[in-house]
Design a protein around this ligand. Sequence first.
Ligand SMILES: Cc1cc2nc3c(=O)[nH]c(=O)nc-3n(C[C@H](O)[C@H](O)[C@H](O)COP(=O)(O)O)c2cc1C
Length: 188
Amino acid sequence: MNVEYGSEEAHKFVTNVGLVTSDGPHGPNVMACEWTHHVSYEPGLIVINVDAADATADNIRATGEFGVSLAAEDQSVVSSVAGGSHGQSVDKIAVLKEMGVEFYAGKKIKAPMIKGVALSVECRVVETRELGDHVMFVGEAVDVRMSDKPPLVYHGGKYWKVGERVEKPSQDVLESIKRLVEKHRKGA
Ligand SMILES: Cc1cc2nc3c(=O)[nH]c(=O)nc-3n(C[C@H](O)[C@H](O)[C@H](O)COP(=O)(O)O)c2cc1C
């Protein structure tokens, strides 16, 4: 069964706004990547899922490294530019620079990194796997920096700010859950 691009089902997911930077045969490049996930603490591993035909996939395959910046809540336009054209035909880094977005040289990787983001992670690829219609790159974090800016959220094809915190249930409800967990403990 498919979960089509842009479908109601696909729009149920709440995802990150990863800005994936790379530098390879297509030159320095940036793409928007909602399928950006932190999947291991030790070692620190970040997974990105990228369309195999994209410039980013070519660049990462050729160099074995990429940068992941989690866009901050004031950077939706950066994501729109990064996701709006392909590195084969547009120098998106130059577009963003002309818009006032600042970059710095990666400390451990060749790809440029973006300033003003919520979190920056420089990654070296430890595994590459074709998964359905995308390629999964697993990157080991080799340099990590963060700011105090909240991350931008992607949901339903739109950008969001992290919203209201859901309050914990009352003490009574917590106690009754505890009793139920004890009642259903296996092997007791
Ligand atoms: C918010 C947003 C999230 C996106 N997430 C992904 C993603 O997870 N994987 C992907 O392959 N493309 C994703 N895209 C589309 C790519 O960013 C787009 O195809 C881009 O042009 C690829 O650039 P490149 O060819 O320079 O690598 C997303 C686009 C936007 C705007």
